[in-house]
Design a protein around this ligand. Sequence first.
Ligand code: HEM
Length: 399
Amino acid sequence: MRLIQYLLISMFLTGFAWAQDSSDAQGTPDRATTGGATTLEDILARQRGEKVDNSYRSENTGQGNVEGLMGQFGTRGVTSDSDVYRALRYGSADVTVSSKGPAASVLIQDGGMWWLNFRTGPLREYGTYIIAGMLAVIVLFFLLRGKIRIDGERTGRTVTRFNSFERFGHWLFAGSFLVLGLTGLLTLYGRDFMIPLFGKEGFAVIAQGCKWLHNNLAWSFMLGLVIVTVNWIAHNIPNRTDLKWLAAGGGLFTKGSHPPAKKFNAGQKVIFWACILLGVSISLSGLSLLFPFEMPLFAKTFSIVNSTGIPQMFGLNLPVQMSPQEEMQYAQVWHVMVAYVFIAIIIAHIYLGSVGMEGAFDAMGTGEVEEQWAREHHSLWLAEVQDKEAGKTTASPAE
Ligand code: HEM
């Protein structure tokens, strides 16, 4: 009897499977009739381990339905869970939430999948290439040129290059940058190599520490940025001397070549302006991330950029309508892209400001540089300083 029961059940199941197969044979379902919903064929194919083309869902995200996302119009007849789910995805569900805020009632944002994939994929990959590329350039430069030495005889005399306020501004800016860079990179890559090392709980403590430092040191970075700008902007206005300096490659590639320069040479001016522009940009996108949904920047920026006609020349039309979450996603991506370029530039700066050039670090260490160093790297500035000194001595002979 039991055997007959088994046979009957097996026949029933086989028949059921055959019915599924025949529905498969009908070909790709017409998505228009399902309203973009997953069909039984999709589910069964997925269960069989087959790859299901998901583009009908991933490309049908309801993005652009900004009115729907920002101000919910109410449900249009929820008849089943999948209808509710679809309405949530399209931002048309009537959601009531206790927390307030522009984005609180958007419970699902599939439009953000590109961001998730981009953040863990190309963003990190190309960013790693930028930093690794800069390290490779520096190693190559060191192998070809070696340490840049003071060529002439040392005089034993020193000149004041930066006063204590200038050095304070530099180290506030630089110190906070170094911690921000490190904690930012740990946030981006940390879980991959730290969870295996410290476990999930150990990493959670480190991640929280990183977040705290990153959020709070942002303020000292911005203060440093202001001080550095105020202190040095006047010395960084480009002039004719910079062209001559650039034409001589700054003397960086030829031993014994020392093109004249004022307080800052053209290379340093490039570093200075990069620090200011990238510093402002990273601060703005950082503030937008620090105060979620309060400082949307990208829809407005993109509409200005679109109006220049430049994106269209490359076949692009940047999105100008965004949900609050999308604004945050663009802010995060931009923040990290700027950070990678900034870090790469600063790696070159740190090399030349320390081990790469004899006598350079003293400028930011004690503030006093060897006179011969100043003559070789900033001859016009040294002449100005010495003229001033001479003027002072002749003006007050009694001293
Ligand atoms: C350990 C790290 C660093 C060292 C050893 C270092 C060293 C130096 C030195 C020696 C100078 C003066 C160069 C001269 O006398 O002509 C300088 C200038 C400067 N530093 Fe740094 N620095 C460091 C990190 C940073 C960071 C992280 C930033 C920005 C985020 C920064 C931004 C600047 C700027 C804007 C200047 C003036 C322009 C220039 O000389 O290129 N520095 N640094």
